[in-house]
Design a binder for this molecule. Structure first.
Ligand SMILES: [Ca+2]
Ligand SMILES: [Cu+2]
Length: 394
């Protein structure tokens, strides 16, 4: 990080009591927020290794070895006909979270420690969008309401009194890969704050979404996603609803479709092949983002519950939330997430849980297309690999 960028970030962090629009005034700081996702995965993996070593010698530090118990699906009928584009998810009791798959290598293919311990959860049934919300759908919302997304709004000087005026430019965070291999410990090498990037120009002013109605909408902040949901008479899923749905009635599988990443050699999700971050070969059919529903659905008929774009959920993020639930010793019914957000890596950034992983997920770095794993993101920060889908009760 250059001295100048470091100063910008410090300026930004001084604004913690203010409405968050961190991404805008500071560019790279926003990238930090997003990328902590990845860095956190690596650190938490290392921490979990340490914890395991300690657990062997000190019973006080023992960690939970809870395993997956069978999913028990509700048999109640849907309350009515599914709204267009939605599917009834029956709800039921299941084991939530992720273990490190035993057959995978040490670097990127491990679940993250915040996905443990496995714990028992019950969710009521609900309708869920079959696909992520698309550009076409989001455009209808914008046309009907005149809604302006966070990334399109010019940051207000009163929200960022210490930011130089030239930094108060609307924009968002964009994956901007280098053209050569780089060390994976500096995410600034592949994320940039781009002026003019927003849902209509996902990679900045030189890009657009013409002819891309069927692609998932991206560059949406949390409030953009909830505004859309409200307009549609829906809401965002809780993290537990999202995971129950993603598992498709299966028990404790590493992937939304089962045990193998590529059953019979078939690509099941849009992820990253080649060399991360500089070379995406698109072996799975897509370099970068894909239209929705290009890969087989899971057993509930949901598309892209792994890969393509991350999805916002309504839960606040805490790495220890699963531990709290497990310690109750009972099945948690319809968990709504912790009361407040806490990410030790950035304690002052309010973050919601992201799920599903994206077209940038790779076994070389971040493997959160594994179904029980978790991501997180600061509320006002959209990126070009983050979207959402909605749910509805009746
Ligand atoms: Ca791909
Ligand atoms: Cu990933």
């Amino acid at each position: 990080m250059s001295k100048r960028n470091k100063r910008r970030r410090e300026d930004a962090l001084r604004q913690e009591h203010r409405p968050k629009r961190v991404g805008l005034a500071l560019g790279l700081a926003a990238a930090t927020i997003v990328l902590t996702l990845f860095v956190w995965a690596l650190y938490s993996y290392r921490n979990s290794k340490t914890a395991q070593v300690v657990a062997g010698t000190n019973p006080v530090a023992a960690i939970s070895h809870a395993t997956f118990q069978p999913t028990v699906t509700n048999h109640s009928n849907p309350p009515g006909k599914a709204p267009e584009g939605m599917i009834w998810i029956p709800g039921g009791e299941f084991s939530m979270g992720a273990n490190d798959p035993p057959d995978m290598n040490d670097v990127g293919m491990k679940a993250t420690a915040d996905g443990r311990p496995i714990h028992r959860v019950y969710v009521d049934g609900f309708f869920m969008d079959k696909t992520d919300v698309t550009n076409g759908e989001f455009a209808k919302f914008v046309k009907a309401t005149g809604y302006v997304t966070v990334a399109e709004r010019k940051p207000r000087p009163e929200d960022f009194p210490n930011a130089p005026p030239e930094n108060l430019v609307a924009g968002s965070v964009v994956f901007s890969p280098p053209d050569h291999p780089v060390s994976l410990n500096d995410h600034f090498q592949w994320w940039s704050y781009v002026h003019g990037a927003n849902w209509q120009y996902p990679q900045g002013p030189a890009s657009n979404i013409k002819g891309k109605d069927a692609y998932p909408v991206v560059q949406v902040a949390y409030e953009d996603a909830t505004a859309y949901a409200r307009w549609a008479g829906k809401r965002l899923p809780t993290e537990a609803e999202w995971e129950f749905a993603a598992r498709g009635g299966l028990t404790g599988k590493p992937f939304a479709w089962g045990d193998q990443f590529r059953p019979d050699g078939k690509w099941m999700a849009n992820t990253h092949q080649g060399h991360f971050p500089n070379h995406d070969t698109g072996e799975d059919g897509y370099v970068g983002i894909a239209p929705v529903a290009q890969y087989p659905p899971n057993q509930y008929g949901l598309y892209d519950m792994a890969g393509n774009v991350w999805q916002w959920t309504s839960d606040w993020y805490r790495p220890d939330y699963y531990k709290q639930l497990e310690q109750t010793g009972s099945v948690t019914r319809n968990p709504q997430g912790p009361e407040t957000s806490y990410d030790p890596a950035e304690p002052n950034e309010p973050k919601k849980v992201h799920r599903g992983g994206s077209y940038l997920c790779t076994d070389q770095y971040c493997s959160r297309y594994i179904v029980g794993t978790r991501g997180k993101g600061e509320l006002s920060t959209g990126t070009n690999h983050l979207g959402f889908r909605c749910v509805m009760k009746d």
